[in-house]
Design a binder for this molecule. Structure first.
Ligand code: 6R9
Length: 649
């Protein structure tokens, strides 16, 4: 064993676990040596209209990548998440909705009520002309209607594309047009941290550039006075009152699309990651049960937004497929103060709590008094996801929030993987603060050198790839299968390339070190440097821009921008503020630059390529490690960059 801190599972976790340490080893081996047998058995956890006879049919062979799971199976995701629980568990609570303002009433939505709401929404969508295979964009705050809308799409076989409510009208328009949605679902306004978000106004603005959108379904949420456009805009509550509360779920092929979710890559254009029906639900339901050791009756709270994959898989689909009680929280961790999360845990007797390292670090920074007031005896397990967690934050989570008696589950995965890939099985795998530990069933991680050489030793460092397919893997990028193949399967042939760097220690534990491509992870949100660059150069005064990440205490990574102005323009602090607001408007507040440095020239090679390595080092204040600058077209720009490095926002 290594000398790193190793935290053994508690006696309580061992006593109740679904999977003991011995079972984990045996089942993992079986999942690798006999994937057909293993996954056929796991698929039985769902209700199928027709159980599949073909289980795995996949190849990572470049360029003929093809991924099919359960391909002759037929099922409906909404029926699995709702209808099958009705007979025995109809009165169980499916969703606890906790509003932004702690003085407002929570809502408790039973599976029976969920059924009615989803059926009505499904019928409304049909009445608006939505058919199987059509795309529907959902731009909603964290209100129950977001889950109803997703499940209603799944029920009628429409493909949803949820866009995070913090994205700007421009970002929304790009995502609507990319997947050709004819229907958008939104709300008058959203609420977050005591403020309102003008969602309907944003949609109106976005739709100026979306000629294909025919109908907008609007949730009456805050009651704000919003403009409704005659034949286009429809109030949800009015339409829902006029349709039947029953709807027969559409039988779907296991490989029919379930949803598209846009995520950032290393180019300026976000990718529409496509997930399908049978494999996605089998895997998210299995990981939800095993990674959290979930048992029926427990209250499960994942604090993500449904606009991200974590919200899709572990607020909506995984938990509801398992008949769980899932908490949906409209608010933020810091409002009205830094005890808001703990107040909600006590109020709803949450057993399993799941959040992101950025939230943990900021609450840690707010001081211990907020969390110490709360005993939280209901808590049993704490999850962390979205970015690497530093051991200090891990220990704070373990000691202060979990009071030293809760298991910590650090789950590494991605929008493209659909569900958890590397995570400790509670009660079976000892944890190490900062490590996501061991692979889930069916997952074969491999560490390669950057040049692609397999690292044979257990102890190794390099890039992380996955050697074979798993059921909830993304199938393609919407409308651009070539980009799917080149992004994930071209660099390290025969493998799925994750874009992450990683270290494997002598015990075979995986430690994710972060992205090795031009993707930033700011507060757990993925953002392409190229997206921020194209927003900057869209400003009339900007001629060129280069964006890099730098280590940030709370956010994990911050955004550092080098900007070259058009000839004749003068730099000023006012212009800095203007550019920062411009980027917020172009993409959304999550892309707000931390630093903007005026750069009369950028470090380019003679072939015109920007040497980002140098820009990263300057942003990190690490001038000693600039490396070879002799290939630069003009090496003197580096002195100017160093002299003008920003250390004040
Ligand atoms: C689920 C999600 C994916 C990227 C991924 C990696 C980082 C996620 C992590 C983690 C270290 C963890 N990441 N979980 N890094 N430890 N437990 O976040 O999906 O938004 O697509 O981001 O996030 O860099 O490649 P997504």
């Amino acid at each position: 064993m290594s000398d790193q801190l190793l935290i053994q599972p508690s006696a309580a976790a061992i006593a109740r676990t679904h999977t003991t340490a011995e079972q984990y080893d045996a089942l993992y081996q079986r999942s690798i040596t006999d994937p057909d047998g293993f996954w056929a058995e796991q698929a039985k956890r769902l209700d199928w209209v027709k159980f599949p006879t073909k289980i795995k049919n996949t190849t990572f062979e470049y360029p003929d990548v093809s991924i099919k799971w359960f391909e002759d199976g037929v099922l409906n995701v909404a029926a699995n998440c709702i209808d099958r629980h009705l007979a025995e568990h109809g009165d169980d609570i499916a969703i606890i909705w906790e509003p932004d303002n702690p003085n407002d009433q929570a809502e408790y939505i039973s599976y029976r009520t969920l059924h009615e709401k989803v059926c009505r929404c499904a019928n409304v969508l049909k009445s608006l002309g939505v058919k199987k295979g059509d795309r529907v964009t959902i731009y909603l705050p964290m209100i129950p209607q977001a889950a109803y809308a997703m499940l209603a799409c799944a029920r009628i076989g429409a493909v949803h594309s949820v866009v995070f409510g913090g994205f700007s009208p421009d970002s929304l328009a790009g995502r609507i047009n990319d997947c050709d949605s004819a229907v958008v679902i939104t709300a008058d306004e959203g609420r977050r941290g005591g403020k309102t978000v003008p969602l309907k106004a944003n949609v109106d603005k976005a739709l100026e550039d979306c000629p294909g959108v025919q109908k907008v379904l609007v949730v009456h949420n805050t009651g704000a006075d919003v403009a409704m456009k005659g034949s286009r805009d429809v109030w949800w509550h009015e339409a829902a009152a006029g349709v039947e509360p029953f709807n027969d779920p559409e039988p779907m092929n296991a490989e029919d699309p379930l949803f598209v979710l846009y995520t950032s890559g290393s180019t300026g254009k976000p990718k529409g990651v496509l997930h399908t029906t049978g494999g996605y639900l089998t895997y998210t339901s299995l990981t939800h049960e095993l990674s959290f050791d979930y048992k029926r009756g427990e209250v499960f709270w994942c604090t993500a937004d449904v606009g991200w994959i974590t919200g899709h898989s572990y607020i909506v689909y995984g938990p509801l497929a398992n008949g769980a009680t899932t908490v949906m929280f409209e608010g933020i961790p810091s409002w009205p103060d830094a005890s808001r999360f703990w107040q909600v845990v006590e109020r709803h007797k949450v057993n399993i709590f799941h959040t992101a390292p950025t939230a943990i670090r900021s609450l840690m920074g707010a001081g211990p008094e907020y969390v110490e007031k709360y005993d939280m005896p209901s808590l049993r397990l704490l999850g962390t996801v979205g970015e690497p967690i530093n051991p200090e934050a891990w220990m704070w989570y373990y000691n202060k929030v979990g009071k030293g008696r809760c298991e910590i589950v650090d789950a590494w995965w991605q929008t493209e993987t659909g569900g958890h890939m590397i995570a400790p099985f509670p009660g079976a795998i000892a944890t190490k603060p900062g490590s996501a530990t061991k692979p889930f069933f069916g997952i074969i991680p491999e560490v390669l050198s950057p040049e692609g050489k397999v690292q044979e030793q257990t102890k190794a460092e390099g890039v992380l790839v996955i050697k074979d397919s798993w059921p909830s893997q993304a199938r393609t990028i919407w409308g651009d299968h070539g980009r799917f193949v080149s992004t994930y399967f071209e660099t390290y042939k025969g493998n799925y390339f994750t874009g992450d760097g990683c270290r494997r220690d002598e015990d075979g534990y995986y430690w994710i070190t972060g992205r090795v491509d031009d993707v930033l992870n700011v507060s757990g949100h993925r953002l392409g440097t190229a997206e921020v660059e194209s927003a900057l150069v869209a400003h009339p005064k900007v001629s060129e821009a280069a964006v890099v990440g730098f280590p940030h205490d709370i956010k994990g990574q911050g955004i550092y921008c080098y900007v070259t102005l058009m000839a004749g323009e003068t730099s000023s602090d006012d212009l800095r503020v203007e550019l920062r607001n411009w980027v917020r408007k172009e993409i959304g507040p999550i892309a707000s630059p931390d630093f903007i440095q005026w750069a009369p020239g950028l470090p380019k090679t003679r072939s015109g390529k920007i040497m980002r390595r140098i820009l990263r080092k300057v942003a990190e204040n690490d001038f000693g490690a600039l490396g070879d600058t002799s290939t630069l077209a003009d090496p003197t720009v580096v002195d100017d960059l160093i002299a003008n490095r920003q250390n004040k926002p």
